[in-house]
Ligand binder design. Sequence first.
Ligand SMILES: *[C@@H]1O[C@H](CO)[C@@H](O)[C@H](O)[C@H]1NC(C)=O
Ligand SMILES: *[C@@H]1O[C@H](CO)[C@@H](O)[C@H](O)[C@H]1NC(C)=O
Length: 292
Amino acid sequence: MKFICLTLLLVSGITDSRSEEFEVVGPADPVFAVAGEDVILPCFIKPNISVVDMRVEWFRLDQKDSVHLYEDHEDRDTEQIQSYRGRTKLIHQELQRGNTSLKLSTVRVSDEGRYKCFIQSKSWSDDATVDVRVEAVGRPPVITVDGFDRSGGLHLQCESEGWYPEPDLEWLDSEGVSLSSETTETHRNTDRFSVKHTITVYDSNDKIHCRVKLRHHMLETLINTTNNMFISWRTSVILISVFVVLIVIAGILIVVFSHKHRAHDQLQKAHDQLHDGKSRIQHGEYFSIFQQ
Ligand SMILES: *[C@@H]1O[C@H](CO)[C@@H](O)[C@H](O)[C@H]1NC(C)=O
Ligand SMILES: *[C@@H]1O[C@H](CO)[C@@H](O)[C@H](O)[C@H]1NC(C)=O
């Protein structure tokens, strides 16, 4: 009898702790967030039981303080990382359904990282990892005509800034064929990347696209390298040459004129001196007459 009682107690004990057993499930794939927007970091408890009476903590694998803490039926922000203040939310209604997904608002590039969703009951705990990747979409690319070379090529430059992580920049012709860039530059300021690529095109009447791509985002700008553009470059080259020739001619004229002017001045001076001498002589004559 004693034995049966003990077994019953043991079995009930096991089933009791079994009923407290749960699994925490996160997304298998990384969660992509866009800087400035809101994102949900999914996390669930399995089986589908309420976690209202449990402790739910979201934290980053690389930091000690918590991103969000729910304990004793309320949210506590005393040990929250400063940069997450006011940006995290657990929906309490969802907690009843075993949904401990975290809502993170106005995502920052610095939010990128690995998070843990940790759920603890009185007798059991488990966690799941959520990998968050942040993307910041930069400004649309700007194409500028950067010169013209003797062999008839048009130098183009394409620039785009404000991206995270580093985007890919690609030149394409009107058929969508990728053209290789001549020079490529990447700059990083704080947490954003800017890219600048150059190319020389020889074909007039073509549409050249500059495309900046990042995982799920793409921005593109188009330039029409019309005959006009080549002609206008040729015209401006001719105009500049004409201008330079005119300046040289003007320079020569000025030099010649000032020379002439100086010669005239010297002549005038000589003439004045001569006149001066004459009047002095006249004075002398007068003086000598007077002495006599
Ligand atoms: C979880 O439980 C709620 C009711 O408590 C139910 O509405 C919902 O469909 C359940 N979800 C799953 C995945 O079983
Ligand atoms: C879980 O909760 C989040 C809000 O925190 C909600 O967006 C999401 O749809 C919920 N998931 C399910 C399966 O109900």
